[in-house]
Design a binder for this molecule. Structure first.
Ligand code: AHR
Length: 499
């Protein structure tokens, strides 16, 4: 019997809803086909945005969306994507698949998409190949209310009112595709570019995000903070990003198949996912030296699995399937983000539709929700909750010593209505476990639960879209301040508890 201890009386911090964010790039079939089909499409749409996808994203309460990249962001010139569509510039998307980008999805379309979903906006600016003026004018174009060249241009293009830009990223992966910079150089550029991201009397100030490290590059974090941190005027940034992808065998050249894998690969993948905690603690410790009050958020704005592309698809499109393995990767990471909500203030899985660890896949007019979607849908109750003190007994499992993992993962929060939400993952591919949940001295009144469970390679296809989906779970017994259940192998569970 594995004991889960929950203390309903000890709140550990606020879980920003933005931990459940997503990322959409002009890459493969994410924007075009996945989100935007154009107003004249036969696929049901509102102002060009796929209705089925928007409805699914509303259901899972997508809180914030990052756009336009990714590596694409540092090649994107926003003025190419405004004005009459027929006169927008066509270009080759050199980074992703060498296909024609016709710029029919630009700033107005992104804002319209976020309006329909009801989510916050996270725009990523171009430092690698863009100018300070270009970035500054983009912010003016989007947010200035009144008479100004950019506000006038926006009105001329059909949008009189400014939009809200919740987050603005100053470059993306500037250590790599965003300009191959050294951290000191990027730090100086960040200081300069961020100066011109003005708050034009907006009700909600734009939160500025600096480009952070690639995985375990702690030197980058150290040097960027050293260069940017201003002890006299305080923080020059609201957030510092971090990118970490789970690659099953740890090798970029042969990453492994999304669906055809064995138990060895299962545990390697989950073990490499758990490295996220080392990264949060390591980068967090450096951030603590500069910012002990934790005013700067760690924004993990790219995370998820990265496999070989599906056979027969464009290698530059990064299209991959999504199995129960991805569900467990999502469960582990989201529990970690909750547990570290004192420092992690936003996280954006890569990417929303048809790219890497997507929550949705589309093919023509068909759409499927992936196992990862179902995890986000089950975990949505944590959004803007208060993290509760909790822990679980675990044992280490796996087939190779180097890649042993704890058998269980958990996090617990309480929502504004006082309901407690427990999310659990069973990392074993084969074993079920008996769990006893103990809620301190507090008697439990009611429980209800959903579960996602199937064999490890199970996934949804366009012909069988509901092979993996969450269903209600009625196997929980309540006894005073305790609950007990048997958690099947390879499963993710959400339990709602009233006390
Ligand atoms: O998500 C795909 C790519 O991964 C992004 O464009 C880039 O930022 C990262 O390397």
């Amino acid at each position: 019997m594995y004991k889960l201890y929950v203390n309903p009386n000890v709140k550990k911090g606020h879980i920003n809803k933005e931990l459940y964010g997503n990322f959409s790039e002009h890459l493969g079939r994410c924007i075009y086909e996945g989100l935007y089909v154009g107003e004249n499409s036969d696929i049901p749409n509102v102002n060009g945005m796929r209705t089925d996808v928007v409805e699914a994203l509303k259901e899972m309460k997508l809180p914030v969306l990052r756009w336009p990249g990714g590596c694409f962001a540092d090649e994107y010139h926003w003025k190419d994507g405004i004005g009459p569509k027929e006169s927008r510039k066509k270009m080759i998307n050199t980074h992703w698949g060498g296909v024609v980008e016709d710029n029919s999805f630009g700033t107005h379309e992104f804002m319209e998409l976020c309006r329909q979903i009801g989510c916050e906006t996270y725009i990523n600016g171009n430092v690698g190949s863009g100018t300070v003026q270009e970035m500054s004018e983009w912010v003016e174009y989007m947010t200035f209310k009144g008479v100004s060249p950019m506000a006038d241009l926006r009105a001329k293009n059909g949008h009189e009112e400014p939009w809200t830009v919740d987050y603005f990223g100053v470059g993306n992966e500037n250590w790599g595709c965003g300009g191959n910079m050294r951290p000191e150089y990027y730090g100086d550029l960040y200081r300069r570019y961020q100066t011109y991201i003005r708050n034009y009397g907006a009700v909600k100030p734009v939160k500025k995000i600096a480009c952070g490290a690639n995985a375990g590059d702690f030197h980058w974090t150290e040097k960027v903070l050293e260069t940017c941190f201003d002890h006299s005027s305080g923080c020059l940034m609201d957030g510092l990003s971090l990118h970490y992808y789970t690659i099953p065998n740890g090798r970029w050249e042969v990453k492994g198949s999304s669906t055809d894998f064995d138990e060895k690969s299962w545990y390697q993948t989950l073990s490499r996912t758990l490295y996220m905690e080392t990264l949060i603690k390591g980068h967090g410790a450096i951030m603590d030296q500069y910012d002990p009050d934790k005013k700067i958020g760690m924004m993990i704005d790219e995370w998820g699995t990265w496999y070989d592309v599906e056979p027969g698809t464009n290698p530059g499109f990064l299209y991959q399937q999504n199995t129960m393995r991805d569900a467990l990767v999502a469960a582990i990471n989201l529990n970690l983000f909750n547990k570290h909500c004192d420092r992690v203030k936003m996280a954006n899985i890569a990417q929303l539709v048809n790219v890497l660890q997507s929550v949705i896949l589309t093919e023509g007019e068909k759409m499927v929700k992936t196992p990862t979607y179902h995890v986000f849908n089950m975990y949505k109750f944590h959004q803007d909750g208060e993290l509760l003190e909790s822990s679980i007994d675990t044992t280490r499992i796996g087939v190779e010593d180097e890649f042993k993992v704890p058998n269980l993962t958990e996090s617990v929060s309480v929502d504004a209505a006082g309901k407690i939400h427990v999310t659990l993952g069973n990392l074993s591919a084969t074993e079920s476990y008996d769990i006893e949940g103990i809620f301190a001295e507090t008697p439990v009144k009611t429980v209800k639960a959903d579960i996602l469970t199937e064999k490890m390679q199970a996934h949804n296809t366009f012909d069988a879209p509901d092979t993996v989906k969450s269903v209600s779970f009625d196997g929980i017994k309540v006894n005073g301040n305790k609950i007990s259940l048997s958690m099947p192998a390879c499963s993710v569970m959400h339990i709602e508890v009233t006390v």
